[in-house]
Design a protein around this ligand. Structure first.
Ligand code: URA
Length: 210
């Protein structure tokens, strides 16, 4: 993947995203829609996964059939909202390995504070897909990419639902080698680092907390 930013403007993605943004959508709908959109985005973010072939026999004849090559990919969720995107990808790629980065945003400084980090071994040989629905200031995203790079990852993608121009610019500056795939780029951040028009706090909306 060469472009730094891919916006998946597929009508199904855009339709489901509108339903998610609507403050009237229930926690259950929000979670289901996030899983469904994530699957559609996953299609795009995994587009360049390498293939090899395997000799198989169909009921008709033998063939060398395409099959994914290399080590299983690593999905790394940025806690806690990233967890809402895990199931969607895992339904498509059940053998993926899963890691977690625990970062919370200090509401005063908007800077990320790390409290957990656990990723699969062999990160240097894996395609690593970081998932977090909201790319807002970019502070946690940049910190999460820093951490997976320190763990050896070199082939990294960032998968999100919504991105702010500020976060995209910050990621591009810090990690120009990490392509971003998103369903939409919104207008701007507010003074608290929330995306406008956005959808509010993704974690609160998917887990029903406040
Ligand atoms: N995180 C969220 O959940 N929502 C935003 O708008 C920004 C960061």
């Amino acid at each position: 993947m060469s472009d730094h930013l891919t916006v998946v403007d597929h009508p199904l993605v855009q339709h489901k995203l509108t339903l998610m943004r609507d403050q009237g959508s229930s926690t259950a709908s929000f979670r289901r829609l996030l899983r469904e959109i994530t699957q559609l985005l996953a299609y795009e973010v995994t587009r360049e996964m390498p293939l090899t072939t395997r000799a198989i026999e169909t009921p008709m004849e033998e063939m060398d059939a395409p099959i994914l090559a290399g080590k299983k990919l690593a999905l790394v969720s940025i806690l806690r909202a990233g967890n809402g995107m895990l199931d969607g990808v895992l339904e498509l790629i059940p053998s993926a390995r899963v890691g977690f980065v625990g970062l919370y945003r200090d509401e005063e400084t908007l800077k990320p504070v790390q409290y957990y980090f656990k990723v699969p071994d062999g990160m240097n040989d894996r395609l690593v897909i970081l998932v977090d629905p909201m790319l807002a200031t970019g502070n946690s995203s940049v910190a999460a990419v820093d951490l997976v790079k320190q763990a050896g990852a070199t082939n990294i993608r960032f998968l999100c639902l919504l991105a702010a121009p500020e976060g995209i610019a910050r990621m591009k500056e810090a990690h120009p080698d990490v392509p971003i795939v998103t369903a939409a780029v919104d207008r701007q951040l507010n003074e608290k680092g929330y995306i406008l028009p956005g959808l509010g706090d993704a974690g609160d909306r998917m887990f029903g907390t406040k």
